[in-house]
Design a protein around this ligand. Structure first.
Ligand SMILES: NC(=O)c1ccc[n+]([C@@H]2O[C@H](COP(=O)([O-])OP(=O)(O)OC[C@H]3O[C@@H](n4cnc5c(N)ncnc54)[C@H](O)[C@@H]3O)[C@@H](O)[C@H]2O)c1
Length: 266
């Protein structure tokens, strides 16, 4: 998986899965454009890549704003002239509350970042890839895009929508040489999962983490690098026949529905 000479654009690359993927692409030779609304986090990711001898620049953008999205696409083209791979990854978890009590403004906010942000990214990157006659898009969905998760109605709805957008776009651009896929991480050890733990039990978030990890067949959270590996594979020429697909990377949790917690003690 050699990305020498390839231009890779990643949203939400200031932290977590986005940062790990940016570093993974860079060590395989890619030039990486880091997009995030957090200025210092985005600069830090680009700085790490440059420190390690790679090529990277940071462009600040709020993915919910069309003008910002158009600006990050333009900045990439002005600097490097192409977009080979787009990892459309920025997302937020929203609050933890049942549908019957969920805050309306929070619902709008989650949909704005997780759905409109992903749509706008494809809306402005796909025309570039169609013109080029090549390109790969990977959108970050979640296992919450495949199954329900009580008390996360906005997040679950938003991630199901990401899968719908992925399938739809893949059917539109395949003949142009562009592939569009989604990744569905389970619980991954980043800020986001710890924020969810803290919302569920502010007094003892670690207890929530322990319970979650017991429900995962491999017995632990995934790492951001493990998601990055899948994204990089899907973005590579090795995945030339893969489009319109969604891949789970969750340590087996969705396959077993948490049933491993029923295993007798040994
Ligand atoms: N961590 C998990 O357990 C997990 C599981 C499944 C899916 N995901 C998804 O993975 C993606 C990355 O999450 P993460 O775990 O790395 O979380 P994270 O909070 O560490 O990283 C998310 C990044 O997105 C950026 N961001 C948020 N809103 C933005 C906006 N409006 N404009 C630009 N940037 C914005 C943040 O500043 C941050 O750098 C998200 O889409 C998330 O839903 C995470």
């Amino acid at each position: 998986m050699d990305f020498t000479g390839k231009i890779v654009l990643i949203t939400g690359a200031g932290n977590g899965i986005g940062r790990a993927t940016a570093l993974g692409f860079a060590t395989r030779g890619a030039t990486v454009v880091v997009v995030d609304h957090d200025h210092s986090a985005g600069e830090a990711t680009a700085g790490i890549i440059r420190q390690q001898g790679g090529k990277s620049m940071f462009t600040r953008a709020d993915v919910t704003k069309s003008a910002d999205v158009q600006a990050y696409v333009k900045a990439t083209l002005d600097a490097y002239g192409a977009i080979d791979c787009f990892y459309n990854n920025a997302g937020i978890e929203g609050s933890i509350a049942p549908t019957a009590e969920y805050d309306e403004d929070m619902f709008d906010r989650v949909m704005a970042v997780n759905v409109k942000g992903v749509f706008l990214g494809m809306r402005h990157v796909l025309p570039v890839m169609i013109r080029q006659g090549r390109g790969s898009v990977v959108n970050t969905a979640s296992v919450a895009g495949l199954v329900g998760s009580p008390n996360m109605p906005a997040y679950v709805a938003s991630k199901h929508a990401v899968i719908g957008l992925t399938k739809t776009a893949s059917g539109e651009v395949g003949r142009a040489g562009v592939r569009v896929n989604a990744v569905c991480p389970g619980p991954i050890d980043t800020r986001m999962i710890h924020a969810v733990e803290a919302q569920i039990n502010p007094a003892d978030p670690d207890a929530v983490g322990t319970r979650y990890q017991q429900s995962i067949p491999i017995g632990r959270y995934g790492t951001a690098e493990e998601v990055a590996n899948l994204v990089i594979f899907l973005s590579s020429d090795l995945a030339g026949n893969i489009t319109g697909a969604q891949y789970v990377v969750d340590g087996g949790r969705t396959a077993t529905g948490g049933a491993v917690t029923n295993a007798p003690a040994r």
